[in-house]
Design a protein around this ligand. Structure first.
Ligand code: NDP
Length: 293
C-alpha cells in the first residue's frame, strides 16, 4: 500500500502557486483576490472558510470573508453577489454551503458571475466541464485529479466507482473520470443511496471515490485487492483526545482497507488539503483571466 499524501502534494503545489502569485503582483501591482461569503454559524463551515482564508494568505493572495447572520434575505445576498461580480478588484467569489433553508442555493450559485465562480458550481462551468472545455472545476474533484496526476497514476481503462452523487463532489467526479483526458478515460459507475447491491458495485472498482458522509461506510470486504481508494468523507465526532475537541473520520475504514489498496488517501491529510489547492488554483486562473477573458 502506498499513501496518496495530501500534505506533501498540497505543499508542493502551493509553493508553485505562491511563485505565480508573486509574479502576478509584480506585473499587475495587486494580489489575486478571493471573497468568501459565509451565512449563519455552522461550526464546520466556519472552520472551512477560516482555512481557505489562511491558505490564501500563505500563497500571497488577498482574501475577504463576508459573514452574514442566518437571517439575511435571499435578495440581499444576491444584491451583494452582484456587487462583487461588478468589482474589478475581486477575482473569485465563493458562497459557503450549506445555506439556511429560506435561501435557494441554485439561485445563489447562478447569481455568481461564472467567470468568478472559482467553486465551479455554476451551470456554465458544469456544462463546459462535461464538454471537456476550459472551465473552473469544482475544488474537491479538481484536487483529486491533481493528486492522481502528481503520483503519475494512469487511470485510462480503469473501472471507477464513485459513491455519492452530490453536485459538489460525486457527480462532477464521475464526469471528470469519464472524460477523454488524463487522469480520466475510466468506465464510471456512479452510485448513491438508491443503488442496489452497492457492495458488489464497489467490489468491481479499480478506483473507488467515497463521498457519502458516513464514517467507515467502505469496509474491507467491499474493496478489490490492488484498488486505488480515494476517501472524500469528513465525519466529525466529539473527542476528548484532541485539542480541538473533535476527531475526523473518513468514509473509508482506513485501517482495514489500506492493506488491500494499492494507493489510498488518509483522513485527515488527504483530499481535504487538496480541495484547498483546487480552490487556490482556480482563483489564480480567475485573476490571470486565463480561462475567461
Ligand atoms: P451529500 O450529503 O451532499 O451527498 C452524499 C451522497 O451520498 C448522496 O448522493 C447520497 O445519496 C449518498 N449516500 C448517502 N447514504 C448512502 C448510502 N447508504 N449508500 C449509498 N450512497 C449513500 O455529501 P457531499 O458530497 O457534500 O459530501 C460527502 C462527504 O464528503 C461528507 O463527509 C463531506 O463532509 C465530505 N466533503 C469533503 C470535502 C473535502 O474537501 N475533503 C469537500 C466536500 C465534502 P442520495 O443522492 O441518494 O441521497
Amino acid at each position: 500500500m502506498k499513501l496518496l499524501d495530501g500534505k506533501l502534494v498540497s505543499a508542493k503545489i502551493k509553493e508553485g502557486i505562491k511563485q505565480e502569485a508573486a509574479a502576478f503582483l509584480a506585473s499587475t501591482g495587486r494580489k489575486p483576490h478571493l471573497v468568501a461569503v459565509l451565512v449563519g454559524n455552522d461550526g464546520a463551515s466556519e472552520t472551512y472558510v477560516a482555512s481557505k482564508m489562511r491558505n490564501c494568505e500563505l500563497v500571497g493572495f488577498e482574501s475577504t470573508n463576508i459573514h452574514y447572520p442566518a437571517t439575511i434575505s435571499e435578495d440581499s445576498l444576491i444584491a451583494k453577489i452582484r456587487e462583487l461580480n461588478a468589482d474589478e478588484g475581486v477575482d473569485g467569489i465563493i458562497v459557503q454551503l450549506p445555506l439556511p433553508k429560506h435561501i435557494d442555493p441554485e439561485r445563489i450559485t447562478e447569481a455568481i458571475d461564472y467567470r468568478k465562480d472559482v467553486d465551479g458550481f455554476h451551470p456554465v462551468n458544469l456544462g463546459r466541464m462535461q464538454r471537456n472545455l476550459p472551465c473552473f472545476i469544482p475544488a474537491t474533484p479538481y484536487g483529486i485529479l491533481l493528486m492522481l496526476e502528481y503520483y503519475g497514476l494512469d487511470t485510462a481503462g480503469m473501472h471507477a466507482v464513485v459513491v455519492g452523487r452530490s453536485n459538489i463532489v460525486g457527480s462532477p467526479m464521475s464526469i471528470l473520470l469519464a472524460r477523454n483526458a488524463s487522469p480520466g478515460n475510466c468506465t464510471v459507475t456512479l452510485t448513491h443511496s438508491r443503488t442496489k447491491n452497492i457492495k458488489d458495485e464497489v467490489r468491481r472498482a479499480d478506483i473507488v471515490v467515497a463521498a457519502i458522509g458516513k464514517k467507515h461506510f467502505i469496509t474491507a470486504d467491499m474493496v478489490k485487492e490492488g484498488a486505488i481508494v480515494i476517501d472524500v468523507g469528513i465525519n466529525r465526532e466529539i473527542s476528548s483526545e484532541t485539542k480541538s475537541g473533535y476527531k475526523l473520520y473518513g468514509d473509508v475504514d482506513f485501517e482495514r482497507v489500506a492493506p488491500l489498496a494499492s494507493w489510498i488517501t488518509p483522513v485527515p491529510g488527504g483530499v481535504g488539503l487538496m480541495t484547498i489547492v483546487g480552490l487556490l488554483k482556480n482563483t489564480l486562473e480567475a485573476a490571470k483571466k486565463s480561462i475567461y477573458k
